[in-house]
Design a protein around this ligand. Structure first.
Ligand code: NAI
Length: 332
């Protein structure tokens, strides 16, 4: 039998946490032959609720779940973890300034970076979900210098999956027949969902570029992009709560593909520390197309970028640089 893997979920008493922990315990994250020890962290006001989630995990009698740690102590929560899914954070409340929200999250991510730095397994893989996801991941990277920078990522897979979903709805084909969209940049409304390299595989036919199938450039260049960018807001309007099951599912997709590899010929979007690829400045966490093999991601190289895309890729990079400046001003 395989050794259990220790998986940390922060903010585990929250909405996404409630959808995510049963997926992890069922084997959605790392496969149905991988035993799991779940570490759940939340804050003092949520401890009762966190213990309730732990009770339900016991009641669900998951065959793969070997143990559950539920705590409000980050040092305990981070001990020996191999994978950390960082969902906990401070939400923007009505009337709050951007700077105040940033400041709260900077201090949370600075503290949790130190706990991971001291306690986590050496090769711990980190996924930041909590917003502002890219900048929280950047702060975490800065304050956990012994964790390799390639191990610190943020979630843009939900946006990626939303783009696949929109194309499949439009074409009335199954989502599994669409691939290789790209989310560039920030997990915010400036993100750029790019279909220029996306393909579909129609039933009984060869793979074809999406642009050769959807003749309506106008839809692809406007409504498609804004629908994906604004999908989070549309979910809030409909549910009166933000995306949770789709966010949890995307977090599992992100980690699973990272650890177990992407299928041949398929890439996914991940927020990673920029190495300057596609002229995007280093020093920010930016979403790129990546393939994964043997637990390592690499940015897909050599894609042709037209002027329309270039402008949008730069606009979202600019926003990330501004967020970085704001985050650093909160540190001082
Ligand atoms: P939620 O408010 O239901 O849950 C957040 C949980 O985090 C709460 O239980 C809270 O007590 C906990 N928390 C707060 N500070 C903490 C700390 N210092 N340490 C540990 N736990 C802490 O929120 P929800 O809906 O679960 O969303 C969580 C985050 O994910 C939000 O920041 C949201 O904006 C973000 N998000 C990101 C997405 C993405 O695609 N990257 C998609 C959807 C949401």
């Amino acid at each position: 039998a395989k050794e259990p893997v220790r998986v940390l979920v922060t903010g585990a008493a929250g909405q996404i946490g409630y959808a995510l922990v049963p997926m992890i315990a069922r084997g959605v994250l790392l496969g149905s032959d991988q035993p799991i020890i779940l570490h759940m962290l939340d804050i003092e006001p949520a401890i009762e609720s966190l213990n309730g989630v732990k009770m339900e995990l016991v009641d669900a009698a998951f065959p793969l779940l070997m143990d559950v740690v539920a705590t409000t102590d980050a040092m305990v929560a981070c001990k020996g973890v191999n994978i950390a899914v960082m969902v906990g954070g401070f939400p923007r409340k009505e009337g709050m300034e951007r700077k105040d929200v940033m400041s709260k999250n900077v201090s949370i991510y600075k503290a949790q970076a130190s706990a991971l730095e001291k306690q986590a397994a050496l090769d711990c893989k980190v996924l930041v979900v909590a917003n502002p996801a890219n900048t929280n991941a950047l702060i975490l990277k800065e304050f956990a210098p012994s964790i390799p920078e390639k191990n610190i990522t943020c979630l843009t897979r939900l946006d990626h999956n939303r783009a696949l979903g929109q194309l499949s709805e439009r074409l009335k084909i199954h989502v599994g027949q669409v691939k290789n969209v790209i989310i560039w940049g920030n997990h915010s409304s400036t993100q750029y969902p790019d279909v220029n390299h996306a393909t579909i595989t129609p039933t009984n036919s060869e793979e074809k570029p999406v642009r050769s199938i959807i003749a309506d450039d106008n839809w692809l260049n406007t409504e498609f992009i804004t629908t994906v960018q604004q999908r989070g807001a549309a979910i809030i309007k409909a549910r009166k709560l933000s995306s949770a099951l789709s966010a949890a599912s995307a977090a599992c997709d992100h980690i699973r593909d990272w650890v177990l590899g992407t299928p041949k010929g398929t890439w996914v979007s991940m927020g990673v520390y920029s190495d300057g690829s596609y002229g995007i400045q280093s020093g920010i966490i930016y979403s790129f197309p990546v393939t994964c093999d043997k637990g390592q991601w690499s940015i897909v190289q050599g894609l042709k970028i037209d002027n329309f895309s270039r402008e949008k890729m730069e606009a979202t990079a600019k926003e990330l640089v501004e967020e970085k400046t704001l985050a650093y001003s909160c540190l001082n």
